[in-house]
Write a protein that binds this ligand. Structure first.
Ligand code: ADP
Ligand code: ASP
Ligand code: MG
Length: 440
């Protein structure tokens, strides 16, 4: 028998109406057996996610403020679902447990995890499936990284003897038993881990769009759907801001060559996007798969005559960056210049100290920081080997009357990264999209 692991995101779990759609999808195939769910998300664009309400409770509690209004909203969200689905579920005692926790010494990750915990428990009750608490099977190391080996083994043990189950996404536990969460959107990662543990034939990730689009729909009108994409391309795009799937959701399934299928709960007939290990033989060489990007970067510019002949120059600068726990995104360099691109918010607290140390260590002729940079990634397997794509991209940017601040062609022949001023970000994306995707 085939095994399908599924993950349903916040909008799919947002209310009883959505949950009925989810149930119909699950019941459509007997192979759909292991289900990971998010906390109830937004029911409309101005709604608040249950996870955000839980963070509100936590923030109020630690400041000694009243958390009851937010807790009440959480309770109402679940009460409504339970009532509409006509379930027998004791939400009062669950809310009481959370209240007790808030009155003591509240923990942020524990609080954040309660949305997924309750969502999975309620949904398991609705389906009549077993609820399996991620806290008992998803293990983190002391430093917060995933203990993949132990997690895989433990999950495998329990899931081989459980034919169908619902699991909460987003969290697990630390060695001492404390709850720990992935970063936001992390239920995608849980889904991927579960798919790996049960050797699923496919990991279906159900959300509110029919798969990955070739550009952010908030910037480009009606962007083309990506039918097939490789793990690596997807990772590049999601890392750069195409947030459909958490960038870390790729690793667990990649090792076992399990494909991911992004599907739309509101349009279940659409085949969505298939994420596969390698491009098929007949793939179009040099085509652009997608465009993504992010604002909020800064560039540290360093100039010094004869920099290239000064042994260890780059290493000294990079050591300073590393000693402040910073990671940089790009390092475009010339003969006598180098620049380091970092996230502005990461650099901010260390900024003065980092600049002082660079000044002292390498005595540059010029040293300054430029803020307000947006990075755009144009991604496509094999693209960068294909002559002409880069020229088209630059032509498109020039046509949009935008200045290029930085260019970095990834050594992976997978992407071209362009830095522009933040105010030019949307125009540049639209223009690149029109030139290299729409015209194709
Ligand atoms: P879920 O709650 O199901 O995990 P998310 O909100 O995390 O859903 O991800 C889906 C959203 O990602 C879409 O509604 C869309 O607004 C946004 N998005 C951003 N970039 C893209 C893209 N390139 N393709 C598709 N959706 C995108
Ligand atoms: N509920 C969590 C969040 O809002 C995790 C998830 O939805 O994947 O980030
Ligand atoms: Mg998500």
């Amino acid at each position: 028998m085939k095994t399908i692991a599924l993950k349903f995101g916040g909008t799919s779990m947002a209310d009883a109406n959505q949950i009925r759609k989810v149930t119909a999808i699950i019941k459509q195939s007997q192979h759909r057996r292991y289900i990971v769910v998010s906390a109830p998300g937004k029911r409309s664009s101005d709604d608040i996610k249950v996870t955000d309400l839980l963070y509100q409770c936590y923030n109020a509690a630690v400041k000694g403020e009243d958390f009851e209004p937010s807790l009440l909203q959480i309770r109402e969200r679940f009460e409504e679902i339970i009532r509409d689905l006509e379930l027998e579920f004791d939400i009062d005692s669950e809310i009481e447990t959370i209240r007790k926790h808030l009155q003591g010494d509240p923990e942020k990750d524990y609080m954040a995890s309660r949305g997924e915990y309750l969502s999975a428990k309620v949904f398991a009750c609705h389906l009549g499936y077993k609820f399996i608490d991620a806290a008992d099977y998803i293990h983190f190391n002391e430093n917060g990284s995933l203990n993949f080996q132990k997690t895989k083994e433990d999950l495998k043990k329990v899931l081989t003897v459980t034919f169908r189950a619902v699991l909460p996404g987003f969290y697990g536990s630390l060695p001492g038993g404390k709850i720990h969460t992935f970063s936001r959107g992390g239920s995608d990662v849980t889904g991927s881990i579960v798919a790996r543990a049960v050797h699923a034939d496919i990991y279906e990730n159900w959300t509110d769009v029919s798969g990955m689009l070739a550009a952010d729909p908030r910037i480009v009108e009606n962007p083309r759907q990506i039918r097939i994409i490789t793990y690596r391309e997807l990772r590049e795009l999601s890392y750069m801001g195409a947030t459909v799937l958490h960038e870390d959701a790729v690793f667990p399934v990649q090792q076992a060559n399990i494909s991911i299928n992004i599907r739309n709960t509101n349009d279940p007939e659409d085949p969505g996007t298939l994420i596969i290990p390698h491009l098929p033989e007949n793939a179009d060489p040099g085509s652009v798969t997608g465009i993504a990007g992010h604002k909020g970067f800064s560039s540290i510019l360093i100039e010094k005559d004869l920099m290239n002949s000064e042994v260890g120059f780059t290493a000294k600068v990079l050591n300073i960056i590393a000693s402040h726990g910073l990671s940089f995104e790009h390092l475009p360099s010339g003969i006598d210049t180098m620049s380091l691109i970092l996230r502005t918010e990461d650099l901010a607290p260390e900024r003065d100290q980092v600049l002082a140390e660079i000044q002292e260590a390498v005595q540059p002729d010029t040293l300054y920081v430029e803020d307000g940079i947006a990075l755009i990634a144009v991604v496509g397997q094999g693209m960068a080997y294909y002559k002409g794509i880069a020229a088209k991209i630059f032509q498109a940017i020039t046509d949009a009357n935008v200045n290029i601040r930085m260019i970095d062609q990834g050594s992976s022949e997978l992407n071209i990264i362009i830095g522009v001023a933040e105010e030019d970000y949307e125009a540049a994306i639209r223009s690149i999209y029109a030139e290299v995707i729409e015209k194709k």
